[in-house]
Design a protein around this ligand. Structure first.
Ligand code: FE2
Ligand code: FE2
Length: 213
């Protein structure tokens, strides 16, 4: 769950970890050039988060039987997902012009779409990867396992120090973990009276009710 105007995880928790990033994912030839580009745009803490998301998302993908192709898509999408996260508001607004007032007043909500724009500018054309990048903020459909892996990993990567239960669940039941992550996000925003992006609400409402807690 990342990056509504006021959700907790993408903020101070990012800095509360002590783990060093492991460079394994970025050692892959298909991903390495993008690691270099992303590293130039984000803080060190952010890049470490990104590396942990990639490792976590790959572990989740492996635990849920994603194919080799899907795992490659997961790795690339995870590396790209926060490419625009540390850009100034003006740059987010330029890359991803706001479509609604909430986006205009909370430019951080645009960072998924802006990261997608960067990825496109860097030559990424795989729509599965691009959807996963963009969807890590507002959510993805349940038929997008690559996007679900990235979304869930973003919420529960070990550096956040929270959502360990979600990670455990995600390792064997990605759909359940993803739905839990979306629901927790919406419930948090409702409980705190924070604005909820309509795209987030749309994803939330599309989840099968029978599976809701
Ligand atoms: Fe993000
Ligand atoms: Fe993230």
């Amino acid at each position: 769950m990342s990056d509504e105007p006021s959700r907790p995880p993408d903020y101070p928790a990012d800095r509360a970890h002590g783990a060093e990033p492991r460079p394994d994912v970025c050692a892959e030839a298909a991903v390495a050039p993008f690691c270099g580009r992303v590293r130039e745009l984000v803080s060190q803490d952010r890049f470490e988060h990104i590396c942990r998301v990639a490792e976590t998302a790959l572990a989740i993908a492996g635990g849920n039987g994603l194919t080799e192709l899907e795992r490659a898509q997961v790795a690339l999408a995870a590396i790209l997902h926060d490419a625009a996260r540390d850009l100034p508001d003006e740059e987010l607004l330029r890359l991803a012009p706001p479509a609604i007032e909430l986006e205009a007043t909370h430019p951080l909500t645009l960072h998924g779409r802006a990261s997608r724009r960067l990825a496109e500018a860097w030559g990424v054309t795989d729509e599965t990867v691009l959807q996963a990048v963009e969807g890590h903020v507002f959510g993805v459909q349940l038929d997008q396992p690559v996007g679900m892996c990235v979304y869930v990993a973003d919420v529960c990567e070990p550096g956040r120090g929270v959502n360990g239960d979600l990670l455990e669940l995600a390792m064997h039941d990605l759909r359940a973990a993803y739905k839990g992550a979306v629901e927790a996000k919406v419930e948090y925003l409702k409980a705190t009276g924070k604005p909820i992006h309509p795209a987030t609400l749309a994803i939330y409402r599309s989840l099968p009710r029978a599976d809701r807690a």
